[in-house]
Design a protein around this ligand. Structure first.
Ligand code: ADP
Ligand code: MG
Length: 863
């Protein structure tokens, strides 16, 4: 259908719509007919595929093959047990992964875009997936076009269609019928296409295609690409690959040594392969995803919605937080506290100064059904002030006396907004905006210096100043643009408003300072207003600098590089300059978080390390570009998220440490035993059991560990730092060796004494040392007993459960048969527990030594 070639009313008719939009019944019918307005993502894997994937690991397959061969050759129970354990392993992995996936899906739903439509003549916000052909969509700057539309009304509408056409300059749109039929997408100027971005103006459009029928759907270009692996996962997978070669080599050696000692080849084969399966950390990347997804789920409870999973992992590394002022650091509850109508101005209308007329007319505030006012806080404050001054008048009535016939919407580059109203035979042009913007547009003869001086005075008290100007003209200029309209104005007056800082921002900023994170305020507001607020909340202190957008433009890159780390407040900057600031900070190796809410903020959000959009007052475009969305628009939430990010990263390090140490212990034990003349200590089932139960259960519970006490009083960790930094590599080696030493010691002792139960003892000791270890590494710094045994109940439960399962394996007769174990005497059990406790105490002692070393280092630095 050539929608662009049809007149608007025909489009309305053909789609079964009306100027009131669809009614809800026919919309529901159409939704059933056309399906949801969604781009199909890559086919989702069904659950059973996800389950089967748990077996795709090569070593698991080899293990199962070997088990079957061994079963045919000899003991069938062995085969069955190995199969059962492998399947259990897969089930556990599957459940974890499935839950993580569901959690991420739920988060995506929260982040889904809303569309404004008219239904039954009433405006309504809908999830854009529910749009159907014929729906009448209302668009404004900052929206993502939710479906393919034919416009029926446009006001200075501009759309960035680069996602579709590659053209980077936004296209100016119209509602007029196109004469030519054969037009490329980029030339269909009366149409809007799904997933493109409204950069300017407002419009109404009729939906003509949804979902996969849209242009973007047809070329099947997926906007939602696969979630790429996070940097940590990539490094982990890479490391795992290298490690697995070493492990395979060791297993091969073990096999050969076993043969030389005269073991049965098939048995030795099973042991070697089991060890390979147990020790190769193939599940670690998946475990990291699960931990990150769990983290994202927790973050949303703290009002931080993660859009890109890697952000969870890197949040903790933030060294700079660049924040908007209005609404993020302040409450966004503006109130007019001071006005100054220009007394030279005798132009009076409706018995009020023109300043007040302007407040009633120049804004996009709407009154909802229940009389509450909705709109931009700055404009709300002005309208509320008008209402207070003129209780007998309503701004809506004023607007019908002086109807608006054209406008130039506010944008934060020119910091001004203009409306044009029909006034008798003439046109009344009203502009409001930043004082500099409006004074620059005043005509000759005004005392601009004294206006600016007064505004400065107000601003230095933290007051946000808005200036008004107007003019009457006989005809609208052609072309209608801000260059031709916002000029030759007459001054109408000033309005000053306050926007109190958020209480919690001050505490959050203090926390940042302790955590080695610098906070910078970036605002379009006046430097004096910005500095006053920045001082109140502790961003700006004695030696810090304030820079304006103008200065930023003039300064040489070298000078800026030199100063950038001293600047705490940027005022009167345009959104494009935010990108400049991000780049300069990143040049200095900073890890930058940047907030933004407008259309023009998208580039700086994208190129910052953690781009943060506003959930309440942010535009769709900024949300699409962001890594994280603040559901409460609150600065303190960023800091909470950083803290949570640090906790999650710490915990990932902890379970990597745990699992790698455990794997190491298994290898050392099996490999060293024959070398010191002991028999092969464990059977394949024991190895697999330790891998599944002892390793798996408590390991994941570490991800739920509470934050370290000093989490916000230590400097950020670099994202480039290895996961094994900070002594974790050494820890894995020495604790693994210690575990093996203790285990082999018990083996030797037992064989020399009673002897009969030695294998059960070895199995039990190796199992229990893991539990001692996991309790000790819950905190990097605090001792278990000062941290509190009960502060991670999930982990305590996992440890107890594992302990009980282990007792079951030792003492239940049927388990004895399966696991080839014997009931230990009480004395033997106590010996096993005591031996395992050695590892626990040794790791606690490691903390003590580390503390001493740290203190010494600190003293040295201090001296
Ligand atoms: P910020 O949100 O950081 O305060 P903005 O870019 O929103 O920065 O605003 C910059 C300046 O533009 C404000 O200081 C004010 O003078 C002016 N301004 C803000 N909102 C409006 C508006 N709705 N209409 C006209 N001028 C505005
Ligand atoms: Mg603003």
């Amino acid at each position: 259908m050539n929608w662009h070639h049809l007149p608007a009313d025909e489009v309305i008719e053909l789609t079964g719509s009306s100027t009131n939009g669809l009614d809800s019944d026919s919309a529901a019918l159409k939704l059933a007919e056309y399906g949801p307005n969604e781009l199909q993502e890559k086919k989702k894997k069904p659950a059973w595929v996800l389950f089967l994937q748990q077996f795709k690991d090569f070593m698991i397959l080899v293990l199962m093959a070997a088990a079957i061969i061994a079963g045919i050759a000899g003991d069938l129970t062995d085969t069955i047990i190995i199969m059962v354990i492998v399947i259990l392993n897969a089930v556990v992995g599957f459940i974890q992964e499935y839950r993580a996936e569901k959690a991420m899906e739920a988060l995506k739903k929260i982040a889904a875009l809303q569309a404004q439509v008219l239904r039954n003549g009433k405006p309504l916000a809908l999830p854009s997936a529910e749009l159907v052909p014929g729906d009448l969509v209302l668009l404004e700057a900052g929206n993502v076009v939710p479906a393919d539309l034919r416009f029926i009304e446009t006001f200075s509408l501009k759309i960035d269609e680069s996602a579709l056409t590659g053209e980077s300059v936004p296209a100016e749109k119209t509602e007029k019928k196109m004469d030519e039929i054969d037009l490329s997408i980029g030339d269909r100027l009366n149409m809007g296409f799904k997933s493109t971005l409204v950069t300017n103006g407002r419009a109404k459009g009729i939906v003509i295609a949804t979902g996969m029928q849209t242009e973007i759907g047809l070329i099947a270009r997926m906007l939602q690409q696969d979630e790429a692996a996070t940097p940590l996962q990539k490094r982990m997978a890479d490391f795992g690959r290298k490690l697995s070669y070493i492990i395979l080599f060791i297993c091969l050696l073990l096999f050969v040594i076993g043969l030389l000692r005269g073991e049965k080849p098939l048995n030795m084969l099973l042991i070697s392969i089991s060890l390979a399966v147990a020790a190769i950390p193939e599940a670690l990347p998946a475990l990291i995803t699960i931990a990150l997804a769990r983290g994202a789920k927790r973050l949303v409870k703290k009002n931080a919605l993660i859009r890109k999973l890697p952000a969870v992992e890197t949040l903790g590394s933030v060294t700079y937080i660049c924040s908007d002022k209005t609404g993020t650091l302040t409450q966004n509850k503006m109130k007019v506290v001071q006005v100054n109508a220009d007394e030279n101005n005798q132009f009076v209308m409706e018995e009020m100064p023109l300043l007040n007329v302007s407040m009633a007319l120049n804004h996009d505030v709407k009154e909802s059904d229940n009389k509450t006012l909705l709109g931009d806080p700055t404009e709300l404050a002005l309208v509320e002030y008008f209402n207070e001054q003129h209780p007998d008048k309503s701004f809506a009535a004023m607007q019908s006396v002086l109807p608006r016939i054209a406008e130039l919407p506010f944008d934060s580059d020119r910091k001004c907004m203009t409306t044009v109203h029909k006034y008798k035979e003439q046109f009344l042009v009203i502009s409001k905006g930043a004082v500099e913007s409006v004074t620059a547009a005043l005509k000759e003869g005004h005392d601009k210096t004294s206006i600016l001086k007064q505004a400065d005075e107000w601003a230095s008290n933290g007051i946000r100043v808005i200036a008004f100007g107007y003019k009457c003209v006989d005809a609208l200029p052609e072309p209608f643009s801000y260059e031709s309209v916002e000029t030759e104005l007459i001054f109408a007056g000033l309005a000053g408003m306050i926007d109190p800082p958020r209480e919690e921002a001050k505490l959050a900023i203090e926390e940042c300072k302790a955590a080695g994170i610098r906070v910078v305020m970036i605002t379009g507001d006046h430097p004096a207003t910005a500095s006053a607020i920045a001082k109140q909340i502790g961003i700006l202190t004695k030696n810090d600098l304030v820079m304006t957008g103008k200065e930023l433009k003039a300064i040489s890159p070298e000078d800026f590089d030199e100063q950038v780390e001293k600047i705490r407040v940027y005022a009167r900057v345009s959104p494009e300059q935010k990108l400049h600031i991000v780049k300069a900070l990143q040049q200095k190796n900073h890890f930058v978080s940047m907030t933004g809410d407008g259309v023009n903020d998208a580039p700086s959000l994208k190129s910052s390390n953690i781009g943060v959009a506003m959930g309440i007052n942010g535009t769709d475009v900024s949300k699409e570009a962001a890594h994280m969305i603040l559901l409460d628009d609150n600065f303190a939430t960023i800091v909470k998220a950083v803290k949570e990010g640090r906790r999650i990263y710490d915990n990932i390090r902890k379970f990597v440490k745990y699992i790698m140490t455990c794997n190491g212990a298994e290898i050392w034990t099996l490999f060293l035993a024959p070398l010191i003349g002991l028999p092969i200590p464990l059977l394949p089932i024991h190895i697999l059991w330790i891998n599944l139960v002892t390793d798996g259960l408590p390991g994941l519970a570490l991800a739920g560990e509470k934050e370290e006490r000093d989490i916000m009083s230590r400097p950020p960790r670099s994202t480039k730092e290895s996961l094994f930094a900070d002594g974790i590599g050494y820890h894995i080696v020495w604790v693994g060796l210690l575990m093996a030493g203790v285990t082999l010691g018990i083996q030797a002792w037992s064989i020399n004494h009673s002897g009969a139960h030695w294998q059960t003892m070895v199995f039990t000791v190796l199992s229990l040392t893991q539990l001692g270890h996991v309790l000790a590494i819950r905190s990097d710094r605090q001792y278990l007993f000062s941290q509190g045994i009960f502060s991670n109940l999930e982990l305590l439960g996992a440890v107890l459960l594992t302990f009980i399962l282990q007792l079951g394996v030792i003492y239940l007769p049927f388990a004895n048969e399966i696991f080839k174990t014997q009931p230990l005497t009480l004395q033997e059990l106590i010996i096993c527990i005591a031996a395992s406790a050695i590892v626990f105490h040794a790791v606690e002692f490691e903390k003590f030594i580390k503390q001493k070393l740290n203190n010494r280092k600190k003293n040295k630095v201090g001296a």
